[in-house]
Design a protein around this ligand. Structure first.
Ligand code: ADP
Ligand code: MG
Length: 354
């Protein structure tokens, strides 16, 4: 031992005080396992804790690769290894019998190092969690942006297609119609006149079908006059067919919403009505579009046969219509709630911030 090495600690300092927790533990141990001497019990406890520390350290070291060698986990793993080293020092001390000042100091400083590494590791883990949270919010935002882009592209394509149909085929059919009426004066044969009249009918039908298709693809009334006019026009057209009676009410009159929101609500209303006609056998549909202070709500109800909504999650029954509504509503930060029960009709609610 060097000349400057501190003298070993006096015995009384390392001897447990009468009321110290270690003393109490020793007492309890001697009550429960009276036939085993206290030092032996301590040795067993020490060995158990060494084994557990080694297991913990080796698991932590194995996880290092999984965490892509993140500093936070490296620090925590090294702390586990140091904890095991500490236990070895304590075992070594146990067998030496007399405590050594230098080993105790090493033990203490390893303890300080462990605490320091655990603090830094925990702070880094907290950072990791907040960066994970940030990444998750970014992911949701990007997902929304991508969905929006897809929906916008789809709408633009529909518009382009509707315009091409209307502007491309429309004038050609109108010219055919004019040519047919010019022919009308020249055909004297009665059977020829009948053929001409039929052809005229067919051309008229083709013109109105093109108008309908292009209007369904991209309703010009929606972009020019807004949601209330577009839904009114659509429901009036359905009412004329007498398949179902639709009652549409709104407090919005000529008020306009953002283009995205108008398109989302309009497409949803069309799909909901379409579903009622195709699947429910309803005789009446009620639709209310209302603007509140901060929200816009669309309430839909049909008195049809209703259905078990839990079947929607089954892959084989899954249609595109309802899930498309849900996706579209999500892109404008709204909620879509569908309620239905066999025999109780179907109702739906769309709620979005104005
Ligand atoms: N108003 C409704 N009344 C009764 N059943 C409905 C109604 N709306 C939807 N459904 C049921 O939900 C299913 C899924 O609808 P949807 O997603 O629009 O797909 P699709 O109309 O292509 O079948 C329908 O096949 C139908 O069984
Ligand atoms: Mg459908």
């Amino acid at each position: 031992m060097s000349r400057f090495a501190p003298a070993p600690l006096p015995r009384c300092i390392v001897t447990p005080l009468i009321y110290s927790p270690i003393y109490v533990l020793d007492e309890i141990t001697s009550i429960f396992v009276p036939h085993i001497p206290v030092p032996m019990v301590r040795l067993i406890a020490l060995i158990i804790s060494i084994v557990l520390q080694i297991i913990a350290a080796s698991i932590a070291l194995r996880f290092m690769k999984l965490t892509k060698y993140r500093l936070s986990w490296i620090l925590l793993s090294i702390s586990f290894v140091f904890m095991a080293v500490q236990k070895f020092i304590q075992l070594f001390e146990y067998f030496r019998g007399t405590p050594s000042y230098s080993w105790q100091m090493i033990d203490e400083w390893i303890g300080v190092l462990i605490s320091f590494m655990i603090i830094v590791g925990v702070v880094l883990i907290r950072e990791l969690f907040s960066s994970l949270k940030r990444a998750e919010t970014d992911r949701v935002k990007t997902e929304k942006r991508v969905l929006n882009a897809i929906i916008n592209t789809e709408e633009n394509e529909r518009k382009r297609f509707a315009k091409d149909l209307h502007d491309g085929l429309g004038p050609i059919l109108s010219t055919v119609k004019m040519s047919l009426s010019a022919l009308n004066d020249r055909i004297k044969d009665p059977s020829g006149t009948i053929i001409l009249t039929n052809t005229n009918h067919l051309v008229n039908e083709a013109i109105s079908t093109i108008k309908d298709i292009s209007n369904n693809l991209s309703p010009h009334i929606l972009s020019n006059f807004g949601l209330v006019s577009a839904i009114s026009a659509f429901t009036t057209k359905i009412n004329q067919t007498k398949t179902v009676e639709i009652d549409f009410k709104s407090n919005m009159e000529t008020q306009r919403l953002e283009n995205d929101k108008e398109v989302v609500v309009y497409r949803a209303v069309c799909e909901l009505i379409n579903n009622s006609i195709l699947h429910s056998g309803a005789s009446r549909i009620e639709i209310e579009l209302n603007k509140h202070e901060k929200f816009v709500t669309l309430q839909f109800y049909d008195n049809g046969r209703g259905f078990d909504t839990s079947t929607l999650s089954k892959e084989d029954i899954k249609g595109m219509g309802l899930s498309n509504i849900e996706t579209r509503v999500k892109t404008v930060e709204g909620v879509f709630i569908l309620e239905s029960m066999p025999g109780k009709g179907t109702s739906a609610l769309i709620k979005m911030i104005d």
